[in-house]
Design a protein around this ligand. Structure first.
Ligand SMILES: [Zn+2]
Ligand SMILES: [Zn+2]
Length: 166
């Protein structure tokens, strides 16, 4: 069994993440990887740790977090029984005696990401009327909303003074 510990910069293209959150390009990705030879191929296991940056799903404020996930994937040897009985998109293959750890790391990190990151568990989001963060607004913040029918009436009453024909 071989194992190594490496710190690599996060890739920029495609980025290591999803639209709302991911590992910033160039940020250190800490890999702890073990490669184990098994009868059907190479079993890759270990862990990945990386910082995250994203956007709060409710208020769009910046969210910083970290991901810490476990890896575990069998890379099948060409011509093994596993190779014959599975598709390459189900299980990766050992190609030229190499394993592409990047794809496994990518899959593990993406699975470990929050689908809707929040700046705080109780984030109150944005005011639907002015778009400001509720956290920055007064507790009694609100907008006077006028019923559109009344608004129309008010427009007519206080609007342009139409000269009377009489
Ligand atoms: Zn928020
Ligand atoms: Zn508002």
């Amino acid at each position: 069994m071989r194992s190594y510990h490496r710190t690599v910069p996060a890739p920029a293209d495609p980025p290591l993440g999803i639209d709302v959150i991911g590992v910033p390009a160039g940020a250190p990705v800490e890999l702890e990887v073990r490669l184990e030879s098994v009868s059907e191929g190479v079993y890759v296991s270990g862990s990945v740790q990386a910082p995250l940056a994203g956007e709060c799903a409710r208020c769009l404020d910046t969210v910083t977090d970290a991901v810490d996930v476990e890896l575990g994937e069998l890379f099948a040897y060409p011509d093994s029984v596993t190779d014959e009985t599975t598709d390459a998109d189900e299980l990766p293959r050992v190609v030229d005696e190499q394993v592409d750890v990047e794809q496994v790391v990518r899959d593990a990190v993406v699975l470990g990401l929050p689908l809707s990151p929040l700046c705080a568990p109780d984030c109150a989001g944005l005011c639907p009327d002015c778009g400001e963060r509720r956290a920055d607004l007064a507790p009694d913040h609100g907008h006077e909303t006028l019923d559109p029918r009344w608004a129309a009436l008010r427009g007519r009453t206080f609007g342009e003074a139409t000269p009377s024909a009489d």
